[in-house]
Write a protein that binds this ligand. Structure first.
Ligand SMILES: [Zn+2]
Ligand SMILES: [Zn+2]
Length: 160
C-alpha cells in the first residue's frame, strides 16, 4: 500500500540528499495519516507507536530534527513551549491563525501579511519577518458560541 502523498514527501527527502530510513518513512506516514497536519512530537510518538510499539520516543525526536534540517518537516512554535510539526508541501509557506479558545489552527495564505510588511517597512523602516507568523484570535465556531451570550458586541472592530 503506497500512499502517493507519502511517496511525494519521500521523493523530496531524497532529492534533498536525505537517506530514506525506516524511521523517517514511518514518521512521514504518521504525519500524512494524521487528520490534521499540525502535530506535536508527542502526537507523532503516539501515532507511530500505535503501529510499532517498539518505536523509541527519542528516535521520533531525533528523526523530526533531521527531517526539519532536510526541509521536509517544519517546526512551528504556535505557543511558547508547544512546537507543532507540519509537512512542507510546496514552495509556499503559510501563516497560522490560532484560536486561543479551542486550539484550532487555520492555515492562511502566505501573502496575507505582504501589505502589512510593506506598511511596517515604510512607516518604521522595520523589516518584518513574517514567513511563518502565528496570529492569535478566536475561530468562527468559538465566535458564534460567544455571540449567543454577547449579541451586543456583534461586528465590533471587525474589518475585512
Ligand atoms: Zn502549518
Ligand atoms: Zn475556536
Amino acid at each position: 500500500m503506497r500512499d502517493p502523498k507519502v511517496e511525494q514527501v519521500l521523493d523530496r527527502l531524497r532529492e534533498g540528499g536525505g537517506r530514506l530510513t525506516r524511521a523517517r518513512r514511518q514518521i512521514v506516514e504518521a504525519m500524512v495519516a494524521g487528520d490534521h497536519r499540525h502535530l506535536t512530537a508527542g502526537d507523532i510518538v503516539e501515532i507511530v507507536r500505535r503501529r510499532d510499539p517498539d518505536f523509541h520516543e527519542s528516535t521520533v525526536y531525533r528523526t523530526l530534527e533531521r527531517l526539519a534540517e532536510l526541509g521536509v518537516v517544519r517546526p512551528v512554535q504556535l505557543t511558547p513551549g508547544a512546537t507543532v510539526f507540519h509537512l512542507v508541501e510546496g514552495p509556499h509557506l503559510h501563516h497560522h491563525l490560532l484560536c486561543d479558545r479551542c486550539g484550532t489552527v487555520i492555515e492562511a495564505s502566505d501573502d496575507l501579511l505582504d501589505a502589512l510588511a510593506v506598511e511596517v517597512g515604510r512607516t518604521y523602516g522595520f523589516a518584518l519577518q513574517s514567513a511563518a507568523a502565528t496570529l492569535h484570535g478566536v475561530c468562527s465556531a468559538c465566535h458564534e458560541h460567544h455571540e449567543h451570550d454577547h449579541s451586543h458586541d456583534h461586528g465590533a472592530g471587525h474589518r475585512h
